[in-house]
Design a protein around this ligand. Structure first.
Ligand code: KG4
Ligand code: ZN
Length: 330
């Protein structure tokens, strides 16, 4: 079964063809990062306009790279939320137009569920794919969700952020330190030359819950910078990265133990952070699965993979499918 996935929820215009939910035949991404970097963050109206310019060429590239024609497709999967309304609309309308013109079934995908299914991509067989039940930490620009996955599509939200999402915290910390946008990769790069132990930053443990809070560590960093006590940017970046990873890893491991999970999955843009990946692998009592970095950040292969499982369970949407900018996972 070959699915065309389309993703335009934020600032990447992406299209991909995935076979049987695991094999990537193409994975095209047009990033707007350089355009938004000028403003230090995403400008929604600019993002929508860029999506309009990029969407058709990116879909054509995805089809050409996969070496298939429209007749070879079995379905279209598109992100309907959460995300920026104007950006989502571009992908959803392109998907509907293709579904109508080619007489193909259409399914609307939750972007967060898509991040989770990035873990199924490139599995050589269904046997090496993740097995349920499992716990997944989804850490992106807008979310830090600890989710218990009991079955395909059966999610229990165990913990979430009470203020800034993990990726948002990285982006804000990078701004405080005068590093570029997006902040996550900039902090990671700067941290390589730094010593995390040289600056102490606080952790918000929120004991008795599996929730997160990252606004305190961000404010602590700001106070240090304002007070001239974090003049070494590399040390400050390393310390911040470690503080965020420490809390994410500790809470994820605690949940895995409490629920006797035999597997931990990591997903979302922040999952491409090497320290987070390594620390979780080191501290987890069970195997940790993480998609390769390019499949952690926004892409359409994960949407096609998730779409495959939606089609398998008969979840086909009609052409009145609409965007849901504040869509939740549970
Ligand atoms: O999943 P994603 O690509 O888009 C959303 O759905 O939000 O995640 C983007 C977020 C940004 O906040 C970015 O700074 C962060 O992921 N990020 C990272 C890294 N790469 C991207 N954070 C930490 N380390 C990284 N290497
Ligand atoms: Zn994302």
């Amino acid at each position: 079964m070959k699915i065309l996935g389309i993703e335009t929820s934020c600032d990447e215009t992406a299209a991909s063809v995935v076979e049987d939910g695991v094999r990537i035949l193409s994975n095209q991404i047009a990033s707007q990062v350089e355009i938004h970097a000028r403003y230090g963050g995403i400008v929604p109206e600019v993002a929508s306009r860029q999506h309009i310019l990029a969407i058709i060429p990116i879909i054509e590239q995805a089809m050409a790279t996969a070496g298939i024609s429209w007749d070879d497709l079995d379905g279209i999967a598109v992100t309907i939320g959460p995300g920026l309304a104007g950006s989502l609309l571009v992908g959803v309308n392109a998907a509907k137009a293709i579904a109508l013109a080619c007489g193909l079934p259409l399914t609307g995908v939750n972007h967060l569920e898509g991040h989770l299914y990035a873990n199924w991509l490139n599995s050589s067989s269904i046997d090496s794919a993740p097995t349920f039940p499992l716990v997944c930490l989804i850490v992106s620009g807008g979310h830090s969700d600890l989710v218990l996955v009991r079955e395909y599509g059966d999610y229990l939200l165990l913990g979430r952020t009470r203020d800034d999402a993990a990726g948002e915290a990285f982006d804000k910390a990078a701004r405080i330190l005068g590093l570029g946008y997006p902040g996550g990769p900039a902090i990671e790069k700067a941290a390589r030359k730094g010593d995390a132990a040289s600056i102490q930053l606080p952790r918000a443990w929120l004991r008795g819950t599996s929730d997160f809070s990252f606004s305190g560590v961000k404010t602590a960093l700001l106070r240090l910078v304002e007070g001239g006590k974090a003049s070494n940017v590399a040390d400050a970046a390393a310390s911040f990265q470690e503080a965020v990873a420490d809390v994410l890893v500790t809470k994820t491991v605690a949940v895995a133990r409490e629920y006797h999970m035999s597997q931990i999955l990591l997903a979302g843009g922040v999952a491409s952070n090497k320290l987070l990946r390594d620390m979780l692998r080191q501290k987890a009592p069970v195997p940790v699965l993480v998609p390769e970095p390019v499949l952690c950040t926004d892409n359409a292969a994960m949407i096609a993979a998730c779409g495959y499982y939606r089609f398998q369970s008969g979840k086909i949407d009609s052409l009145d499918l609409d965007v849901i900018p504040s869509l939740k996972l549970t």
